[in-house]
Design a protein around this ligand. Structure first.
Ligand code: FE2
Ligand code: FE2
Length: 363
């Protein structure tokens, strides 16, 4: 216990400190930002605003069913256990850490999950840039809070699985989190619309990656882990849908600019995970060989992204971009990628030689 005299002795004299200083600066908000902001707010409020569908808390995952409200009925105020029963605001499912601990996932799957978790852990940078770029666009700026809220759980669920299945300790997860924060993520494209389109493509690919990972977990008998990952995947699909709507709203204002932006993003597209790999070559091989990516799949993802934007993207030009996409440096990995899941032994990847079997020096 500290005596009152000692506390007083350590107290700073507030009268001698700097004065309270809160600054504000004028911001120019264009008419277009206002119109686009209100349009996207209508989209967000009408289609994408939702209460949390699930969350990770105290070492378990809770899934919720939203309140069932009949058309023209006001959403009920839930005040008692009886209301909960009556309206079905219930935890419909729960996966405990013990449930997950009874399952096993391979070392490769755990490694891929750890890499995906790092992307989710980049949230401070994603949010920082996103809210700054769209500060004056009401709908997008407001929807980022929900989006960020949902993304935080993706990291949590990956962490819980790694922990429960014995692939990471809490200390390792904490260290890995801060290792990720040692480098910032900066937006890959110059204009806000390009970065918005990038988000749409990235969410779509992330959805596909999580589905692929869930399938492998199922093959390994880890059905609860797979279930949890499928829920994450469904969030990513939901996110893609919202970004697509915002992009389309922008394209209604500037179709030509939006088209060029979409083609540029597709042509230069890379997943953010590439920057978060501790060893890029080893981990790229590991991700693609574990979840079984190949050239056709990547092309199809891009093709679908550009097709979904066909209201303003010329599809002949889109096809040209898709066909020319596959990066030259990836072509050298093509052989590895075509092999079925886990074709590259982890032992080889753990301590990579100066050159791997494809003659590629590790990054
Ligand atoms: Fe996510
Ligand atoms: Fe997402």
């Amino acid at each position: 216990m500290t005596s009152r005299a000692e506390t007083r002795a350590r107290t700073v004299d507030f009268r001698a400190g700097p004065p309270y200083s809160e600054e504000t600066h004028p911001v120019e908000i264009t008419l277009e930002q206002k119109a686009f902001g209100l349009e996207t707010d209508r989209i967000y409020e009408g289609l994408f605003k939702r209460s949390t569908p699930w969350l990770v808390q105290k070492g378990r995952i809770l899934y919720f069913r939203p309140v069932q409200v009949k058309p023209n009925e006001d959403p009920p105020v839930i005040q008692s256990e009886n209301d909960v029963k009556r309206y079905g605001v219930i935890t419909v499912d729960e996966i405990s850490g013990e449930d997950l601990a009874r399952e096993q996932i391979s070392k490769d799957v755990a490694a891929v999950l750890r890499i995906f978790k790092r992307v989710e852990d980049n949230l401070p940078d994603f949010s920082r840039h996103a809210t700054a770029a769209f500060r004056n666009v009401k709908g997008i700026s407001r929807s980022y809070y929900q989006w960020g809220r949902e993304e935080t759980e993706h990291s949590n669920v990956a962490g819980l699985i790694l922990l429960a299945t014995g692939h990471s300790t809490q200390e390792e997860l904490d260290d890995d989190y801060y290792k990720t924060q040692e480098n910032t993520w900066e937006p890959p494209f110059e204009t806000p619309i390009e970065n918005l389109i990038y988000a749409m493509f990235q969410e779509g690919n992330t959805h596909g990656n999580y589905i692929a990972l869930a399938k492998i977990m199922e093959e390994q008998g880890a059905v609860k882990c797979a279930y949890a990952i499928r829920q994450v995947a469904s969030d990513e699909a939901f996110h893609r849908a919202s970004y697509r709507r915002y992009v389309e709203a922008y394209a209604r204002l500037h179709p030509q600019e939006a088209q060029e932006a979409a083609l540029n993003v597709a042509w230069n597209f890379r997943m953010p995970a590439l920057h978060l790999m501790r060893n890029r070559t080893r981990d790229t091989v590991r991700v693609v060989s574990t979840i079984g990516y190949n050239k056709e799949e990547v092309e199809n993802l891009l093709r679908r992204g550009l097709k979904d934007l066909s209201s303003f993207v010329n599809q002949e030009r889109a096809e040209e971009v898709v066909r020319g996409y596959w990066p030259a440096e990836m072509a050298r990995l093509n052989e590895t990628m075509r092999k079925p899941a886990s074709a590259v032994p982890v032992s080889e990847l753990e301590s990579p030689p100066t050159q791997n079997r494809n003659g590629i020096a590790p990054a």
